[in-house]
Design a protein around this ligand. Structure first.
Ligand code: C5P
Length: 234
């Protein structure tokens, strides 16, 4: 069945402390968003792409991809989940939605292919790229009192079976629509698509991702992304 990529790109990326939303910063002569769009559209299984853009965005219309017939635009919402819902609401119910962060330009074609294999697996509703936690994980307590200005450890979490949720995240469009609607209506915490699917009681596959698939968040992530993009072109 047909696969449509959805890119939520309506955030402001305040942690980047840049003069523009992070997806419009340039790496190797192209914006981060253009790198991301290129890798998705170059995948043979992806038909077209829907990007959620902020109504206040002044950068997108000047990009060449704005005139690509395979790139459709919808208005973003207040939260990431609202942006994704606006995008999936434009898709036919019998498609699969492959949701990918604008800020992850280093995802590999091979990892996308691995994820697409969940479409043939009846044990799960869909799946996400993920990576195993490497460090020892501490639950912290907020800093208390004037004499202690750092958080302290409440306890150590077991890192066994603990994963970072990355993107792409792949689900049947009709299921994702209803799961996001239900989750938003219930004010559940939905920071990715899988959390909405889990909330509605469905199973999600964890597909081990290449560690290069970083989300550009802080200024220090830019040289790292540059390095991974360069590696990929070799
Ligand atoms: O802020 P963070 O990096 O977690 O955002 C993940 C993705 O969600 C980004 O690509 C951002 O542009 C997008 N987003 C969105 N609509 C919002 C907030 C974030 O499309 N209201």
């Amino acid at each position: 069945s047909s696969v449509v990529a959805v890119i939520p790109a309506a955030g402001i990326g305040s942690r980047m402390q840049a003069d523009r939303p992070k997806q419009y910063l340039t790496l190797q002569g192209k914006t981060i968003l253009e790198h991301t769009v290129e890798i998705l559209l170059n995948h043979h299984a992806i038909d077209y792409l829907v990007i959620a853009i902020s109504p206040h965005d002044t950068y997108f219309p000047s990009l060449a991809i704005a005139n690509n017939p395979k790139v459709k635009v919808v208005e973003g919402g207040n939260e990431r989940a609202d942006s994704v819902l606006n995008a999936v609401n434009t898709l036919p119910d019998n498609t699969w939605a492959l949701v990918h962060d604008a800020a992850r330009p280093c995802v590999s074609t091979n990892d996308i292919t691995q994820l697409l294999a969940v479409m043939d697996n009846e044990q799960v509703a869909g799946g996400i790229l993920a990576s195993r936690v490497r460090d020892t994980m501490k639950r912290g307590a907020a800093s208390q009192g004037a004499d202690i200005n750092f958080p302290t450890v409440l306890h150590t979490e077991s890192r066994e079976n603990l994963w970072h949720a990355l993107t792409p995240q792949l689900f049947p469009t009709a299921l994702l629509k209803s799961a996001l609607q239900d989750g938003l209506a219930a004010c559940a915490t939905i920071t990715d698509e899988a959390s909405a699917i889990e909330y509605s009681g469905h199973k999600v596959a964890l597909i081990d991702s290449d560690p290069a698939n970083i989300k550009i968040t802080h200024p220090g992530d830019l040289p790292l992304a540059n390095f991974y993009l360069h590696q990929r072109q070799k």
